[in-house]
Design a protein around this ligand. Sequence first.
Ligand SMILES: [Zn+2]
Length: 397
Amino acid sequence: MKKYVDLKKYNIEFKNLLSGPAQIGRMINYIIYTGEGKLLHKPGNRTIKLENNIGSAWTIEFMIGLNLVKLRSLTLKSESYVLELTEIGKEIYDLLQDKGCIADIYEGNSVKELKDDLKRNKIDEIYILFEKAFRKSAVFKNLIIYLDIENCSQDNMTVSKSEFNDNFFAEMLQFYENQQLNLASRTSTGGNRVPSLVQMCEFLDYCTVTKGRIIFKKDKLLNEKKDDTSAVVSQNELIEMIKKEDMLNKRIQKLAEEFGEDGNTIVTSTARLSQVQSAFKDRLIKENGQSCVICGIKNREMLIASHIKQSSLSNIFEKADNNNGLLLCANHDKLFDRFLITFNDKDGSIIISNNLDIDDKVICGLNSNFKLPSTLLTPQRRNFLKWHNDEFFKKNK
Ligand SMILES: [Zn+2]
């Protein structure tokens, strides 16, 4: 038996992992309804007519598993929950709002019709957001483990649709048997539990479905997966970092005494700058983990220790001070460095320049509701952010 993900860690139940048909089109409609504060979830509700604003339970359960919506509060009268959008759900909603989409238009569409329509209306950025949500989900991770696609020698893996539905469902059932299995329905067969997953894969072009066969595409499914494996900083690496930091502190102190605190010229003209920069990056990783603070990408090669107050304007202590930094991926570093984004020095909320158009915002994965984690808002970092805010507003008048 393969080792599938721990659903508790994802804060979801079995029924959120494998819920019955949840058409992509209906999910899009439901995101709009939720954004408008209209959608309710009543466990077990099987009608899709939205009577009293209650949605199809199967669809909503799957959306919870994909982290697109979450339950907010229980309304006592109807034993139903008010739904709210998650961060990524909100991003999709904002995109749909910008494009003037209204709910109820995508309900019955096939994946192909839906894709054509999204393209026609220039809403195909929606794939990026759905993909982001899906890849992070337990649903996706379990699929990768089940298919064992890494060890597949061909570029494509062809499976019979009905066999896949039944076997995947059976294996999930067996694996999660002793954990609270909430099937949410008496009807429990692979044929009506797995299609949502297949459809999501089809929508994201991870597979094609023809004549009872599913052809999974290896490169598409594995793309980006490497980032996950290189993510964790080991205990030994951390100890090394701390040791290096002690040495660095002494070295910086010595340099400052020798050449004065404003060590710009001596530091830039020697190899010591790269040592300072590398220690600076280690400090940021130690403070908040090895990932871009905005998008979460974890591959070390992609991460840059970005100075808040420009490095060339910082003295030697400021250059090495993690309070004067944020760990960002290459794209987000560039945006921050060129003052196309900044973070409010009071509450850490992102401020996005009007010089970025909506398409670029989406491509860069910028969400106007984003805030820096409060643990990063130290008084010293807020001072540096103030400097960055002032520069940002000078350049974005
Ligand atoms: Zn990033």
